[in-house]
Design a protein around this ligand. Structure first.
Ligand code: FE2
Length: 559
């Protein structure tokens, strides 16, 4: 049976194809249209999923959309009506969103001539399904946290076998995600995109504002919370999501690209601390309700890898699973899984142990690209060995291998790699390759078997969604991936992740260090590269020294 999942709720549109309950393809639309967090309908993603699954749309049994238009509207409009006349704009926006969801869905069905069954799955049901059914857990507590969807921002659920039941919901405008995004915007970064920058900035700050940030959120003993809306305006669709009171206390927003001061760092620290505390509160509550040792997480806030690590370390949960596409893109997969398991009662027989569900290119494609550009290249017998050799000689290496990974993190298929042992690599890669802010840290990829040597409280996390303390005696060994607070957003690389695993193994043979610096293969503000041509362009326009396209190697000093 073929189930096509589609997320076209707002941003991060995506598609996934399940064949008899197993995903064969899953990809974000942004990779194709090159617009980060795109809102465009995921036609290219759908086309790719069908081609990969070897089916046409009329062979798809069910199309599962990850939204229920009417639900969002009814709840959103009811709240906006309460806040009139200030919320008139939001009421209009709510109406537009709802209307456009219906229109987008209809237009797709018409455009593609689909006459089969269509099921609409709730936004947070899809989030929860994308976490629980993709996990290896037979039973688990499930937490979804985002800005909002279906006018919910948070759900606490319990999953067991094929069932997934919601235990508690928090409705907008009470939303941790909205507060985090509002502060992200106040800090001069892009809302809904740069929240990770705030997380990276936070450890530079101090806790002097944390008591004020605690006043933003009121935690209730039942696991829910309310936002103190005197600090914000996002609930009434103003031009600014923060209130006058916020500006009176913290001053005017930082202008984008202007200097980042101690004040900004302290604000970042405050919102991050508030988020971690709220996350802990909800995790403890859902543990109390379920008694489970396992926690599955999704929703955009679940990309907060510093919070995630605290949920594992400071609650009774022993295992944590965070789906790599934890944001809305993951709902394409979640909607399809929800239909297959929860609605159809089909048993679980798959779990997500890698994220490589995206497009791949043939050696012929690589060769053609290189020949078209008239670039000198050579075929190497063992790319991991050559890659490791170049890294150990301080070269920055573009690494394009196999199927692309889904989600915002590069996991060794579309990555830019460097030597984690050299402190200067952080500044070189930030300034000359990624063209991004100097405060932003880079992530370490570590061989899974060796992770415990480098990280305190090591727990396998193949999707780079846990920030762990680097052991004190190792911080000087891998300074390029040690953040200012001594932590690293690490990726466990398991043997299944080839040829990336072999590359790190080869690097370890040469240096005795089973860790490399891994950053996504894209330039600032762009989606991860999709076609080999884009990888080549980035390679030529930045400080990368070498590029592997499959077995073909291009080196800058030979051009
Ligand atoms: Fe969401």
């Amino acid at each position: 049976m073929n189930i096509l999942g589609i997320n076209c709720f707002a941003h991060d549109t995506a598609a996934a194809l399940l064949q008899d309950g197993v995903p064969v393809a899953f990809v974000e639309q942004e990779r194709f249209n090159r617009e980060k967090h795109t809102k465009a309908f995921p036609d290219d993603a759908v086309e790719f999923c069908l081609r990969t699954g070897g089916v046409s749309l009329d062979q798809v049994d069910i199309v599962a959309f990850a939204h229920k238009a009417g639900v969002d509207y009814a709840r959103g409009a009811a709240d906006a009506l309460k806040r009139l006349p200030l919320s008139a704009k939001r009421l209009a926006a709510q109406t537009y969103i709802d209307w456009s969801l219906v229109a987008r869905q209809r237009s797709f069905l018409k455009r593609w001539g689909y006459r089969g069954k269509v099921i609409n799955v709730g936004h947070h049901q899809a989030h929860a399904a994308s976490a629980f059914y993709a996990s290896a857990f037979d039973e688990a507590a499930v937490l979804t946290l985002d800005r909002g969807g279906d006018f919910l921002s948070t759900t606490l659920s319990r999953g067991e076998g094929a069932r997934l039941d919601t235990l508690k919901e928090v409705r907008n405008p009470d939303s941790i995600g909205e507060v985090y995004t509002a502060v992200t915007q106040w800090l001069g970064f892009h809302p809904n995109a740069d929240e990770g920058k705030v997380m990276g900035l936070a450890p530079y700050g101090t806790d002097r504002y944390t008591p004020i940030f605690r006043d933003f959120i009121r935690l209730s003993p039942d696991g829910s919370f309310t936002v103190n809306l005197r600090w914000f305006r996002y609930q009434i669709e103003g031009r600014t999501p923060w209130s006058k009171r916020f500006v009176e206390r913290f001053g005017p927003p930082r202008l984008p690209e202007s200097e980042i001061t101690r004040h900004h760092e302290d604000v970042a620290f405050g919102v991050q601390a508030m988020t971690e505390e709220a996350g802990l509160h909800m995790a403890r509550a859902v543990h109390g309700m379920t008694g489970s040792k396992n926690l599955a997480l999704s929703g955009g806030v679940a990309l907060n890898s510093v919070m995630n690590a605290r949920l594992l370390a400071e609650t009774p949960f022993e295992h944590i699973f965070i789906q790599p596409a934890a944001g809305d893109a993951g709902n394409a997969l979640g909607a399809a899984l929800h239909v297959w398991h929860h609605m159809m009662g089909r048993p679980r027989r798959w779990h997500m142990d890698h994220a490589m569900f995206g497009p791949e290119y043939s050696e012929g494609d690589f060769k053609r690209t290189l020949t078209d550009r008239k670039l000198p290249f050579r075929e190497v017998a063992d790319p991991p060995a050559d890659g490791a050799e170049l890294l150990s000689r301080s070269k920055i290496v573009g690494w394009f291998q196999g199927r692309a990974e889904v989600g915002p993190r590069a996991l060794g298929a579309r990555s830019i790699l460097a030597d984690a042992r050299r402190a200067e690599m952080k500044d070189i890669v930030n300034a000359e390759v990624k063209h991004r802010e100097g405060f932003r840290p880079f992530a370490p990829s570590v061989l899974d078997e060796r992770g415990f040597e480098y990280f305190d409280g090591y727990s396998t996390n193949p999707f780079m969604l846990l920030v762990l303390p680097i052991k004190e005696d190792k911080r000087q060994v891998i300074p390029a991936v040690t953040h200012v607070d001594g932590t690293g957003r690490m990726q466990s690389v398991t043997r299944a992740n080839q040829p990336y695993y072999r590359l790190i193994e080869e690097f370890d043979h040469r240096t005795g260090v089973p860790v490399v610096l891994n950053t996504s293969f894209n330039l600032r503000g762009e989606p991860i590269v999709h076609r080999p041509e884009e990888a080549l362009t980035d390679f030529l326009n930045t400080g990368m020294d070498a590029l592997f396209l499959g077995p073909y190697l291009v080196e800058k000093d030979r051009l």
